[in-house]
Design a protein around this ligand. Structure first.
Ligand code: BES
Ligand code: MN
Ligand code: ZN
Length: 498
């Protein structure tokens, strides 16, 4: 984890990070954007021109410095009087990624307001990430993430700027935890070890002295407790399922939210076995569980005056003589029966148990489930935009507004009632699959069946955005991304000030 600090003086050491933009109305003329730092723009621009710089986003250009060891230009895209916070976040992230192996860099990017300072700090800290835990003989060849991030700002003496840096630090710390969990191979991340890793993170944050309490139901307790969804999905695996519960209950609490995250530590598809090509990405099928755990820890770390209950139903969806068969009927916690027509539609089964359990908490201000639920999500919205489905348009609008602020792409999707009939089963209360077309919405409608109408509910399908299988970009590495954590945090923050 890199350390963050503020500065406003002359930059005389390490690396200087500057912004570079182009003016589309002036023949793509380049501009150096150095924020509160002064630089010899004329000389640098002449050099950048010779280098063929464009200033486009995700472009990174390094040149030797005169006062510093190195100057790094990070692309901001089209020249603007006020850069979007997400533009700054991404530019800072791309720079930080390119500075792996460096000890210190000073980010002098355009930051006219505190929110811009926060975005730069966040982007840089999120970009400074590596996952090398499972490298053996090649581990020593790997570069460490950028160690110290200094943000050059005219606000450096302000207490608000210090708070913004603290928040960025917390976001990065727990986003990195979420990414680590996602990237950890299923040989080393089972339902049981997931609960242990989270318990350790809770403990190092102070445990009960931080108003946090963890409890875990094991397979025996799940069976006797009537959690037929988690048991049904997990029974084919030698690594038995768990239900992880984290409660954050500070003395002062203005709101109560429940978070529920899908925690399939590996999804083979069960007896509806997935094709081998690409199956390795299914180690990321616990991204929702990781995100809700990361979010509650970030919220607790920032000591926000809200009560949060996070639930992570954890199971491994495997093939065995004990695996759930197509046509098996299971009983979800609370009594509804489900005919399992397709054991690969397992996420909704474990979520149903946890969603019903989560609603035993009285007067929830909202329940949000987060899940890598359907391939249809990726077909509909691509790999970088997540979906939001709801029974409460106002709650959804507030979430989408929070997403715009956090820089995460979330888009509203409908839950058309006419698709619900496709989930009717000839033998049970409902089936776990329905109409193939609109599969993301059908999955949302399945979950909606388990939501009390009076509970404001959001279903976030993050199947594509949770796991980056292509090239790194901005502050996003290859592998686990940590998506949803920042918007959950922002939503909670907004709920206490608005
Ligand atoms: N974990 C998958 C969904 C998924 C697909 C996540 C691609 C990330 C990337 C989920 O459990 C699944 O297998 N869903 C099925 C549902 C179908 C059987 C109704 C799917 O989307 O194909
Ligand atoms: Mn599946
Ligand atoms: Zn799955």
């Amino acid at each position: 984890m890199s350390s963050l600090k503020l500065t406003d003086g002359a930059v005389t050491d390490g690396v200087l990070v500057l912004g570079l933009s182009f003016n589309p109305n002036k023949g793509s003329a380049l501009s150096i954007e150095s924020g509160s730092a002064t630089v010899d723009a004329k000389t640098l621009l002449a050099q950048l021109k010779e280098l063929g710089a464009t200033g486009k986003s995700d472009e990174v250009i390094k040149i030797p410095g005169t006062r510093t060891k190195l100057i790094l230009f990070t692309g901001l895209g089209a020249t603007s009087k006020e850069y979007a916070h997400e533009t700054l976040r991404r530019a800072a992230g791309a720079a930080a990624r390119a500075l792996a192996g460096s000890s210190e860099a000073t980010f002098a990017l355009p930051a006219p307001d505190l929110a811009s300072v926060a975005a730069i700090a966040e982007g840089a800290a999120l970009g400074a990430y590596a996952f090398d835990e499972f490298r053996g003989s090649t581990k020593s060849d790997r570069k460490l993430p950028l160690a110290t991030i200094a943000i050059h700002s005219k606000f450096s003496k302000k207490v608000e700027a210090k708070h913004a840096l603290k928040r960025a630090q917390v976001i990065a710390q727990y986003t990195h935890l979420v990414r680590d969990l996602i990237n950890t191979p299923p040989s080393h991340l089972t339902p049981d070890s997931f609960t242990k890793k989270i318990s350790a993170a809770v403990k190092s944050l102070g445990g009960t002295s931080s108003s946090l309490k963890v409890s875990v139901l094991n397979e025996k307790q799940l069976k006797s407790g009537g959690f037929g969804g988690i048991i049904g999905v997990g029974q084919g695996s030698a690594n038995p399922p768990r239900l992880l519960h984290i409660k954050y209950s500070p003395k002062k609490s203005l709101r109560t939210f429940a978070f529920v995250g899908k925690g399939i530590t590996f999804d083979t598809g069960g007896l509806a076995l997935k094709p081998a090509a690409g199956m390795e990405a299914m180690k990321s099928d616990m991204s929702g569980a990781a995100a809700v755990c990361g979010a509650i820890l970030a919220i607790a770390s920032l000591k926000l005056p809200v009560t949060i209950e996070a639930w992570a139903p954890l199971a491994e969806n495997m093939v065995s003589d004990n695996a759930t068969r197509p046509s098996d009927v299971i009983t979800i916690y609370g009594g509804k029966t489900v005919e399992v027509l397709n054991p690969d539609a397992e996420g909704r089964l474990v979520l149903a148990d946890a969603i019903v359990k989560a609603q035993e908490t009285k007067s929830l201000d909202g329940l949000i489930d987060v899940a890598t639920l359907t391939g249809a999500q990726v077909v509909a919205l691509g790999t970088r935009t997540s979906a939001v489905m709801t029974n409460n348009e106002d709650f959804s609008a507030r979430f989408i507004a929070a997403a715009r602020e956090s820089g995460e792409a979330f888009w509203p999707m409908p839950l058309p009632q006419e698709l619900r009939a496709s989930l009717d089963s000839p033998v049970a209360d409902l089936a776990n699959i329905g109409e193939r077309m609109g599969g993301m919405l059908v999955a949302g409608l399945f979950l909606k069946d388990f939501i009390k109408p009076e509970v404001p509910w959001l279903h976030l399908d993050i199947a594509g955005p949770a796991y980056n299988e292509s090239a790194p970009h901005g502050y996003t590495p290859v592998g686990g991304t940590g998506v949803a954590l920042r918007t959950l945090l922002r939503l909670v923050e907004n709920s206490i000030i608005r």
